[in-house]
Design a protein. Structure first.
Lengths: 231, 348
C-alpha cells in the first residue's frame, strides 16, 4: 500500500524534516558548526528514527489509542539511551563535542512526529524505509549547513573526522584555505540561523523554477450538460 | 484646466529622499574632516571602498529583484549607509572588514526585509555589530592620532596597510602593541576599571591627557556642528537627538555625582567615542525610529539610557550600535502605545 518512491521524495525533498517541516531545529542549529559534528548527530538521529519507526509499527495494533504517546516516548527514550551509550563507548571525542544534544534526540520532534504520522499507520517495511529517508533528509540538511559554516569560519572541511570514524580519517580533513582570523559569526548561533534561512530560500527558489518548467495542465473544455437559453 | 499661481496658504513640497540623503552627507563633512586630520587617510580609503561596494551590492540586489537599478541608486540611501559604517570602523582595518560589513548591511539587513523603508534594523549599525562580534581584534584596533604616532602614515602607507600590500602592513600590526595603535579613551576606561583603578587614576593615562582625547573631542565637535546644521536644514527633527543626549547626560551625571570613582564626567561621556555621530546621524534614521514626536523622544531616551548602561556595566567599551539595534526593536511597540492625538479628539 505504501509507495516507496513517494516516501523517498517526501523524506528527501517535499517534506524534508529540516527544511519544510522545520522539526528538530534545536540540534540542527546548535551542532552544525562543523561537518563532523553534523554528520555524527545526523547519523545518530537516523538510527534512532529507523529503530523507533520499526518498533512503533510493530506494536501499533496492541497499544490503546489513549496512551500511545507515552508508549512512543518510552520506545524512543530507550533507543536514544542505547545510541548514546554506543557513541560514548566507541567515539568518546564525538560524544564530548555533541554534548547535551545527543540525549536531547529524545525530544527531537522529527522522531515522535514520524512515529505518530507514519509508523503508527503503516506496516513495518514501509515504516523502516520512511525512517531511513527522513533520517537521510535530516542528515543531509545538517551536513550541508555544517559544511557551509565550517568553510566560512575555519576554511576547512571534515576537521576532526577522526573523532567520528577512527584514526584513519584524520587525513580526510581538507584545508580549503588558510584563515588568519576566523569568521566568528558563522561559528556562532546567528550564523546557523542565517545559513538555515538561506537554505530554505534556495529550496523555495528551486521549487519555483521546477513549477515553472512543468507544462501547464491542459485545459479541458467544460462541456455543459444542459444549456439554458436565455431570452 | 490650468493651475497657475494660487493665493496663500501654500503647501510646502516634501523633501525628496535623495535630497535628504545628500544633505546628510554634506553635514557629515565637518566631523569627517576632523577624523581625517586626526586619524589619517585610512578613513577616506574606507569610505571610498565602502561606497563602491554599497553601490555594486545595491545594483546587484535590485537586478535580482527585477526592479529599477537607477531608481534605487538615485536615492543615495546606500551611500549614506556605507559612509556611516566606514567612519565607524577603525581607519586602518583591512579591506575585507568593510566589504563584509557593507555587503551584510545592504543585502541582508536592508534588502532581505524589502529594501529602503521596510528594514527593521539600522543597516549600518547591524553591519557594525556583525563585524564587532566576528572580528573583535581588527575592530578595536584604532591607530593613535597622527600627532603622537611615531611614524605618521602617508596615503600610500594607509592604502598598503588596508589592502595588505606591503611590509608596512605587517609592521603595522606588529607595532600595534608598542605605539602605532592606541586604546581609545573608552577602551582605556574599560581596562582601567577592570584593573580596579579609580577614575582620577585613569584620567592620568595618555588616552585622556594627550592629543588622543583632544582628537576624539574635535571629531565629536565636528559631528555635533554637522548635526546642528541638519536640524537647521530640517533634515532631522530635534526629538531623537535631544532624547539621546539628555538621557545620556542625566544618567552619567547621576552616576558621576553618586560614585565619581567609577564614572567619568558627563562631558567626557558626551564627547568621546561615537556619541555625536550616533546621536545625530545614526539614531535619527527615519526608517527604523519611532514616528510620532513623543515616541521619538522616548526612542532617543532609550538609546541614551542603554548607552550609559552598556558603557558602564557592559563588556564592550562603546555601545551605540547595540543601543540603536535594541531601540530599533522597540520602535513598533513605542508607535503602538504612543499615538498622536487626532485633531479635535478629546480624552474622556
Amino acid at each position: 500500500m505504501a509507495n516507496y518512491k513517494d516516501i523517498t521524495i517526501q523524506g528527501l525533498w517535499k517534506n524534508n524534516p529540516g527544511l519544510v517541516q522545520l522539526l528538530g531545529l534545536c540540534p540542527l542549529l546548535a551542532v552544525t558548526a562543523t561537518v563532523t559534528n553534523a554528520l555524527g548527530l545526523g547519523l545518530a538521529t537516523m538510527v534512532v528514527l529507523i529503530g523507533s519507526n520499526v518498533l512503533v509499527s510493530l506494536v501499533r495494533d496492541y497499544v490503546p489509542k489513549e496512551i500511545r504517546i507515552p508508549v512512543f516516548v518510552m520506545i524512543i527514550a530507550a533507543l536514544v539511551t542505547t545510541v548514546q551509550l554506543l557513541i560514548n563507548a566507541y567515539a568518546y571525542e564525538l560524544y564530548l563535542s555533541l554534548g547535551i544534544f545527543l540525549p536531547l534526540i529524545v525530544t527531537n520532534c522529527v522522531i515522535i512526529g514520524r512515529a505518530e504520522a507514519f509508523a503508527s499507520r503503516n506496516n513495518v517495511w514501509a515504516s523502516a524505509y520512511d525512517g531511513l529517508m527522513m533520517g537521510v533528509g535530516f542528515a543531509l540538511v545538517l551536513v550541508i549547513l555544517g559544511a557551509g559554516r565550517e568553510i566560512l569560519s575555519q576554511g576547512t572541511l571534515f576537521s576532526g573526522a577522526e573523532q567520528l570514524l577512527g584514526p584513519w580519517a584524520a587525513n580526510l580533513t581538507i584545508h580549503l584555505w588558510k584563515v588568519d582570523t576566523s569568521f566568528l559569526l558563522a561559528m556562532l548561533p546567528p550564523g546557523a540561523f542565517i545559513g538555515m534561512g538561506l537554505m530554505i530560500a534556495a529550496k523555495n527558489v528551486i521549487d519555483k523554477k521546477l513549477e515553472e518548467r512543468k507544462p501547464a495542465p491542459v485545459q479541458t473544455e467544460i462541456t455543459r450538460a444542459r444549456i439554458t437559453k436565455v431570452g | 484646466m490650468a493651475f497657475k499661481s494660487a493665493s496663500s496658504p501654500h503647501i510646502n513640497t516634501q523633501l525628496q529622499t535623495s535630497r535628504v540623503m545628500q544633505r546628510v552627507l554634506v553635514c557629515m563633512l565637518l566631523g569627517f574632516a576632523a577624523q581625517l586630520y586626526f586619524f589619517g587617510w585610512g578613513s577616506l580609503i574606507q569610505v571610498l571602498l565602502a561606497v563602491s561596494v554599497a553601490i555594486a551590492a545595491e545594483a546587484a540586489v535590485m537586478k535580482l529583484r527585477n526592479k529599477s537599478i537607477s531608481f534605487a541608486l538615485s536615492d543615495y540611501s546606500a551611500v549614506v549607509t556605507a559612509v556611516l559604517l566606514a567612519v565607524a570602523i577603525p581607519s586602518m582595518a583591512p579591506w575585507w572588514i568593510i566589504v563584509i560589513g557593507v555587503l551584510f548591511a545592504i543585502v541582508f539587513v536592508k534588502h532581505l526585509y524589502g529594501g529602503l523603508g521596510n528594514n527593521i534594523f539600522n543597516p549600518a549599525m547591524a553591519g557594525y555589530v556583525l563585524l564587532l562580534i566576528s572580528f573583535p581584534v581588527q575592530m578595536t584596533n584604532w591607530n593613535a592620532p597622527l600627532s603622537v604616532a611615531a611614524h605618521s602614515p602617508t596615503f600610500t602607507d594607509a592604502f598598503n596597510t588596508i589592502f595588505g600590500l606591503s611590509h608596512y602592513a605587517a609592521d603595522y600590526w606588529k607595532q600595534a602593541i608598542d605605539g602605532t595603535t592606541m586604546a581609545t579613551p573608552l577602551d582605556s576606561l574599560k581596562t582601567g576599571y577592570s584593573l580596579e583603578h579609580i577614575t582620577s587614576e585613569i584620567m592620568k593615562q595618555p588616552a585622556f591627557t594627550g592629543s588622543i582625547a583632544t582628537g576624539w573631542f574635535w571629531i565629536n565637535l565636528g559631528y555635533l556642528l554637522g548635526g546642528l546644521a541638519m536640524l537647521k536644514l530640517k533634515v532631522i527633527r530635534w526629538h531623537i537627538c535631544t532624547g539621546v543626549l539628555v538621557a545620556l547626560f542625566i544618567c552619567t551625571s547621576a552616576g558621576f555625582l553618586l560614585h565619581p570613582d567609577t564614572h567619568i564626567s558627563p562631558t567626557n561621556q558626551l564627547f568621546t567615542g561615537a556619541t555625536m555621530l550616533a546621536a545625530f546621524f545614526i539614531a535619527t534614521d527615519p526608517v527604523t525610529a519611532a514616528t510620532s514626536p513623543r515616541g521619538r523622544l522616548i526612542f532617543g531616551a532609550m538609546i541614551g539610557i542603554l548607552v550609559y548602561v552598556i558603557r558602564t556595566f557592559g563588556g564592550y567599551p562603546d555601545a551605540f550600535a547595540f543601543a540603536v539595534l535594541l531601540a530599533n526593536m522597540t520602535a513598533p511597540f513605542i508607535d503602538y502605545y504612543v499615538r498622536p492625538r487626532s485633531y479635535g479628539h478629546r480624552t474622556s
